[in-house]
Design a protein around this ligand. Sequence first.
Ligand code: NAD
Length: 270
Amino acid sequence: MSKINILIVGAAGRMGQSLIQEIVADKDLVLMAAIDHKTSDKLGRDAGEAFGILTGIKIDHDISKVISSADVLIDFTRPEASLEYLKLCEAHRVKHVIGTTGFSDQEKQKILNASKNIPIVFAPNMSVGVNLLISLVEKATYALKDEFDIEIIEAHHRRKIDAPSGTALRLGEVIAKASGRDLKKVAQYDRSGNKGERKEATIGFSVIRGGDIVGDHTVLFAGSGECIELTHKASSRATFAKGALRAAKFLSHQKTGLFDMQNVLGLSSK
Ligand code: NAD
């Protein structure tokens, strides 16, 4: 099998750096370019400098020179940046792994539209464990939905800009679907003030931000006389990076279509 040429955008970021570290250790992948925003103070530095490995690839801001040689672009940036990269991927027929979170419904529609021309993996959480959690939560919801109140609790580091996390929202969507509800109608994001008793069939979200927490998610099924908690805790970004690289390898066999990590990991059929 020939090696897969990977282009990283957001290369100077927390996830970008974790991805580069994993790529240099992977015999099937080649880091062919590392791109970050034109204002990044890391431009011109070797992409592996921060973790002590010289990759021979410098962090640059000009993607136009390299995009057409990429097989897969891996993108953990910001929604507005990812949508620009999506257009470039479509124009150059480059496969796109999107790990960025915080897209509006309208923006998600653009990703779906582009997937008619190129294959895309789009997942708010690329860790194997979280995707197993999603499957377990779906099963638990089918079993418990009528008698248990369902709450989603998430915690992340102080620099995360969107809330609730993309993973918490994904869990909410899965629970809503498995219990025949519409998340837009039943999601409860705020309980401050005198909002009264918990309304039946709502799905509550609680958010914690602090320190360097990589990402914790708990789904609480609270019944009368018993509670069940399903929890995932990420202790390293490597778990997301490894998942993103599995997604890149998965895409190398796809021509078009929108996939999530459930597809990549074989937890659902498509
Ligand atoms: P970060 O702020 O550390 O890194 C983002 C990087 O993107 C920065 O270096 C920034 O300069 C760069 N950037 C911004 N605009 C750009 C542009 N136009 N072109 C190129 N680079 C650009 O953030 P992070 O912690 O690495 O997270 C990035 C995104 O990934 C967030 O949306 C986060 O929620 C998401 N995330 C997803 C997963 C997952 O598994 N899907 C896991 C962790 C984080």
